[in-house]
Ligand binder design. Structure first.
Ligand SMILES: *[C@@H]1O[C@H](CO)[C@@H](O)[C@H](O)[C@H]1NC(C)=O
Ligand SMILES: *[C@@H]1O[C@H](CO)[C@@H](O)[C@H](O)[C@H]1NC(C)=O
Ligand SMILES: *[C@@H]1O[C@H](CO)[C@@H](O)[C@H](O)[C@H]1NC(C)=O
Ligand SMILES: *[C@@H]1O[C@H](CO)[C@@H](O)[C@H](O)[C@H]1NC(C)=O
Ligand SMILES: *[C@@H]1O[C@H](CO)[C@@H](O)[C@H](O)[C@H]1NC(C)=O
Ligand SMILES: *[C@@H]1O[C@H](CO)[C@@H](O)[C@H](O)[C@H]1NC(C)=O
Ligand SMILES: *[C@@H]1O[C@H](CO)[C@@H](O)[C@H](O)[C@H]1NC(C)=O
Ligand SMILES: *[C@@H]1O[C@H](CO)[C@@H](O)[C@H](O)[C@H]1NC(C)=O
Ligand SMILES: *[C@@H]1O[C@H](CO)[C@@H](O)[C@H](O)[C@H]1NC(C)=O
Ligand SMILES: *[C@@H]1O[C@H](CO)[C@@H](O)[C@H](O)[C@H]1NC(C)=O
Length: 692
C-alpha cells in the first residue's frame, strides 16, 4: 500500500520526461525526428513504419533510409507533390502500391537499394509507370532477375542512369533495356551475367558508362558499342576480348579487363581514343616464340562462335589484329600480373603517348628498347618482380627516357644496367633497384681497381630524389657513390656490412637526406658511436636489426621525427640522450626487442611523456633473468633494483657468515687448546731472556 504513491510518483516523473523531450526537439529544424533544411527532410534511421505525413509539403528531397517501412502505400507520398529526390535505402520494402507515385510527376531521382522489390515486382513496375521525369534509378540489391528488370524499366524512357548492381540478372537480351534511349550510365556489377546477346545494348544510343564487373562473362566478341566511353568488365572469366572488325570510330576511353583469364592481348578497335587500358591479373602472353621465332606475324587464332544452331568459325591473325588496333592515344597501360615473357618488336612504337606502363609480376627475361620505338613520353615504368637479367638500350638512343620519373626494377635478376641509363633519364626522381644483386661502380679515380664488368652508377643523377637499394648484396660503400645527387630518400637495408660501422660514406648526401633506412646492415659491431650530426634534414631514420649498444649521436639533426631502434643490443633506455639531443622534433620512437636491464630504465616515464614510444607494449627488460614488460614494471622500479642489490648483499652475508663463524670457533678452540704451552713458550722465552 505504501508503495503505491512511489509508483505513481515514478510514473508521473517518466511522463513529464516523455513530454519534455518532444517539446524540446520541436525546434524549427526538427519534425518528428526528421531534420529539415532547405527543402530536404532527413528522416534516416528513425524506426518509422510509415512515411511521415506532417513534413512540409514543399519538401523537394526526402531521405527515409533505414526505416522499416515494408510497404509504400498509395497515400504514403500524397502530400509531397514537389518531391524531386526520394531515397528509401534498406527500408525492407516488399511492395510499392501501383498508385504510390501518382503525384510524383517531378521525381527525378529514386533510390531503392537493398530492399526486397522482387517480392511484388509487377505492382512495383506498375507504380514506376507514373514517374515521367525520372532520371536516376537505383535498384541495387533487390534480388531482381532479368525479367523483373525488363518489366520495371519498360517505358521509363527518361532514365539517364540506372544501377542494377547486386541483383540476380543472368542473361541480357534486346528486350531488357528496350526504349531507354536516354540512358547514359548502366551499372550491372555483381550479378550472375554469363551471356549477353548481340543487340542487347543496341537501343542505348546514349550509353557512356557500362559496368559489368563481378559477373561470369566468358568472352566478349564483336564488341561494337562505338559510343561507349568506359567499359568495366573486371572480375569476370573472360578469355577473349575482340572488338568488331569494322572501321567505325570508337569513343572508348577506359577499358578495364583486369582480373579475368585473358590469354591474348585484347584485340581493340581499329580506330579509337583509348587512353586507359587495365589488364592486371590475367593469363596473357605473347606467343611468337612458340611458333617460329622469325615469324610471329603468322600467329593465328580461330574462334568458334556458336549462335543458336549455327556455328561460325572466325579466323584472326593475332599479330595483324594487334598491329591494326589504334593505341596512339593510350596513356596508361597496366599489364601487371600476367605471363608476358617479352614485348614483341614494335609494341611500344604503337603507343607514342604512353606515360604509365606497369609490367609488375610477369616473366620478362630481357627488355630491349630499340631505335624505332623510343618510349619518349614514358613517365612511370614498373618492371618489378620479373626475371629480368638484362636491359638493352639500342646504341645511340640517348635521352629516350628523358621524361621518365619513376622507375621500378625491384626484385629482378639484374647485375647492372646499360651505362648511362640513369644519367640520360634527366627527369628521373625515383629508382627502386631493391632485390637485385648489383654492385656500384667504383670512383673513376680508382683506375687501378677495375670495376666489375657490369655495375650501376648513380653519381651525378642530379634529379634523383628517392633510391632504394634494399637487399642488393652491396659491399662496403665507397666514399662518393652518391656524389652529385640530392637524394632525400635512401634505403640501404639488408646490405650487411655496407657501412662498415660508420656513416661517413653518406656525407655527400647527408644535408639533403630526409628518410634513411639502415635496417639489418650490421651496424654497431665497432665501438665507435654512430654520428648523424651532419644529417640536418633527416626526418625518419630506421636503424632496426643492427647490434647497436650505444645510442647514436644526433646533435645538429633538428628535424628527426621518427626513430626506429628495434632489434638492437641496447641495455639502457636512451632517455638521457634523447632528452638532451632531440627533445624538440622527435615524435615517434620504436624501442622494443632490445635486452634492456630493468635497473637501467629509470627514464622511460619521461621518455614516454615527451615522445610516443610507438611499441611501448612490447618493450621488455630483464630483472634478475626474468623478462618483464616495461609497462608492467612495479611503480618504484629503482627501489626494487636497490632491493635487488640489498638482496645480493644479504646473500653474500648469509654465505660468508657461517664460514666466518666456523673459522672463529676453530680459532678459539685452537687458542684454548694450545694456550698453556703457548704461555709456557713465552714464559720460557722470557725466562731465557731473563737468564740472559
Ligand atoms: C492504389 O491506387 C490504384 C489506382 O491508382 C488502385 O487501383 C489500387 O487499388 C490502390 N491500392 C490500394 C491498396 O488502395
Ligand atoms: C510503352 O510505350 C509504348 C509506346 O512507346 C506503348 O505502346 C506501350 O503501351 C507502353 N507500355 C506500357 C506498359 O505503358
Ligand atoms: C571497375 O569496377 C571495379 C569494381 O567495382 C572497380 O574496383 C574498378 O575501379 C573499376 N574500374 C574502373 C576503371 O573504374
Ligand atoms: C621457321 O621459319 C624459317 C623461315 O622463315 C623456316 O626455314 C623454318 O623451317 C621454320 N621452322 C619451323 C619449325 O617452322
Ligand atoms: C536452326 O534453327 C532454326 C530455328 O531456330 C531452324 O529453322 C533451322 O532449320 C535450324 N537449322 C539447322 C541446320 O538445324
Ligand atoms: C558467320 O560469319 C560470316 C562472315 O564472317 C558472317 O557473314 C555471318 O553473318 C556469320 N554468321 C553468324 C551466325 O554469326
Ligand atoms: C623533363 O620533362 C619535361 C616534360 O615533362 C621536359 O620538357 C624536360 O625537357 C625534361 N627535362 C629534361 C632535363 O630533360
Ligand atoms: C616497386 O615495386 C615493388 C614490388 O612491386 C614494391 O613493393 C615497391 O614499393 C615499389 N617501389 C616503389 C618506389 O614504389
Ligand atoms: C672497415 O673499417 C676498418 C677500420 O674501422 C678497416 O680496417 C677495414 O679495412 C674496413 N673494411 C672495409 C671493407 O672497408
Ligand atoms: C636479458 O635476457 C636475455 C635473454 O633472456 C639475455 O640474452 C640478456 O643477456 C639479458 N640481459 C641482461 C642485461 O641481463
Amino acid at each position: 500500500m505504501e508503495l503505491l504513491p512511489l509508483w505513481l510518483c515514478l510514473g508521473f516523473h517518466f511522463l513529464t520526461l516523455e513530454w519534455r523531450n518532444p517539446s524540446g526537439m520541436a525546434t524549427a529544424a526538427y519534425e518528428g525526428g526528421c531534420e529539415l533544411a532547405d527543402g530536404v527532410a532527413d528522416c534516416r534511421g528513425q524506426k518509422l513504419e510509415l512515411v511521415p505525413s506532417h513534413l512540409p509539403p514543399y519538401s523537394q528531397m526526402l531521405l527515409l533510409d533505414a526505416n522499416p517501412l515494408r510497404t509504400l502505400w498509395n497515400h504514403s507520398l500524397r502530400h509531397y507533390r514537389l518531391l524531386e529526390s526520394l531515397s528509401l535505402r534498406s527500408c525492407q520494402l516488399e511492395r510499392i502500391s501501383c498508385g504510390a507515385f501518382q503525384e510524383q510527376a517531378r521525381l527525378r531521382s529514386l533510390a531503392l537499394p537493398d530492399n526486397s522489390l522482387s517480392e511484388s515486382y509487377r505492382e512495383t513496375a506498375a507504380a514506376f509507370r507514373s514517374l515521367r521525369a525520372l532520371r536516376t534509378l537505383d535498384l541495387s540489391g533487390n534480388s531482381l532477375t532479368e525479367d523483373m528488370v525488363a518489366l520495371m524499366l519498360r517505358n521509363l524512357s527518361s532514365l539517364e542512369s540506372v544501377s542494377l548492381a547486386r541483383n540476380t540478372v543472368m542473361r541480357l537480351d534486346d528486350s531488357v533495356f528496350e526504349g531507354l534511349g536516354h540512358l547514359r550510365e548502366l551499372d550491372l556489377q555483381r550479378n550472375y551475367i554469363f551471356e549477353i546477346e548481340g543487340g542487347a545494348f543496341d537501343g542505348l544510343t546514349e550509353l557512356r558508362h557500362l559496368n559489368l564487373a563481378y559477373n561470369n562473362l566468358p568472352c566478349i566478341v564483336d564488341f561494337s558499342l562505338t559510343q561507349l566511353r568506359l567499359l568495366n568488365v573486371s572480375y569476370n572469366v573472360l578469355e577473349w576480348f575482340l572488338a568488331s572488325g569494322a572501321e567505325a570510330a570508337f569513343e572508348l576511353e577506359t577499358l578495364d579487363l583486369s582480373h579475368n583469364q585473358l590469354l591474348f592481348f585484347p584485340l581493340l578497335p581499329q580506330c579509337g581514343k583509348l587512353h586507359t587500358l587495365l589488364l592486371r591479373d590475367n593469363n596473357m602472353g605473347f606467343y611468337g616464340d612458340l611458333y617460329n621465332a622469325s615469324s610471329p606475324r603468322e600467329m593465328v587464332a580461330q574462334f568458334l562462335l556458336v549462335d543458336g544452331n549455327v556455328t561460325n568459325i572466325t579466323t584472326v591473325n593475332l599479330w595483324e589484329e594487334f598491329a591494326s588496333s589504334d593505341l596512339a592515344e593510350l596513356r596508361f597501360l597496366d599489364m601487371s600480373q600476367n605471363q608476358f615473357q617479352y614485348l614483341p618488336d614494335g609494341f611500344l612504337k604503337k603507343m607514342p603517348s604512353l606515360a604509365h606502363l606497369n609490367l609488375n609480376q610477369n616473366c620478362l627475361v630481357t627488355l630491349h628498347i630499340r631505335e624505332h620505338e623510343p618510349p619518349g613520353a614514358l613517365k612511370e615504368l614498373d618492371l618489378s618482380q620479373n626475371q629480368l637479367s638484362e636491359l638493352h638500350l639500342a646504341p645511340g638512343l640517348h635521352g629516350c627516357l628523358r621524361n621518365l620519373r619513376w622507375f621500378n626494377l625491384s626484385s629482378n635478376q639484374l647485375v647492372g644496367v646499360p651505362t648511362g641509363l640513369f644519367a640520360d633519364a634527366s627527369n628521373i626522381t625515383t629508382i627502386d633497384m631493391s632485390h637485385n644483386q648489383i654492385s656500384l661502380c667504383p670512383p673513376p679515380a680508382d683506375l687501378h681497381r677495375r670495376g666489375p664488368p657490369s655495375c650501376v652508377d648513380f653519381r651525378n643523377v642530379a634529379s634523383l630524389r628517392s633510391l632504394s637499394l634494399e637487399g642488393c648484396g652491396l659491399g662496403a660503400l665507397q666514399d662518393c657513390s652518391f656524389q652529385g645527387t640530392a637524394l632525400t630518400h635512401l634505403d640501404l637495408s639488408g646490405n650487411w656490412g655496407i657501412l662498415n660501422g660508420t656513416v661517413t660514406p653518406l656525407r655527400d648526401i647527408a644535408p639533403t637526406l630526409q628518410v634513411l633506412s639502415l635496417r639489418n646492415v650490421g651496424l654497431g659491431s665497432s665501438s665507435t658511436e654512430l654520428d648523424f650530426s651532419a644529417f640536418g634534414n633527416l626526418r625518419d631514420l630506421d636503424l632496426s636489426g643492427n647490434s647497436l649498444t650505444n645510442f647514436p649521436r644526433f646533435r645538429g639533426s633538428p628535424a628527426l621525427q621518427t626513430l626506429d631502434l628495434r632489434r638492437n643490443s641496447l641495455t639502457a633506455l636512451p632517455w638521457r640522450a634523447v632528452s638532451e639531443q632531440l627533445t624538440r622534433s622527435l615524435r615517434t620512437i620504436y624501442l622494443s626487442q632490445n635486452p634492456y636491464d630493468c635497473c637501467g630504465v629509470e627514464g622511460w616515464g619521461s621518455l614516454q611523456h615527451l615522445h610516443t614510444i610507438a611499441d611501448l607494449a612490447m618493450v621488455t627488460c630483464n630483472l634478475s633473468s626474468k623478462v618483464i614488460r616495461l609497462m608492467e614494471l612495479p611503480g618504484g622500479m629503482p627501489q626494487d633494483c636497490k632491493w635487488e642489490r640489498v638482496d645480493m648483499g644479504l646473500l653474500y652475508l648469509v654465505l660468508i657468515l657461517p664460514s666466518c663463524l666456523t673459522l672463529l670457533v676453530a680459532c678459539t678452540v685452537i687458542f684454548l687448546t694450545f694456550r698453556k704451552p703457548l704461555l709456557q713458550v713465552i714464559k720460557s722465552r722470557c725466562y731465557w731472556s731473563s737468564i740472559y
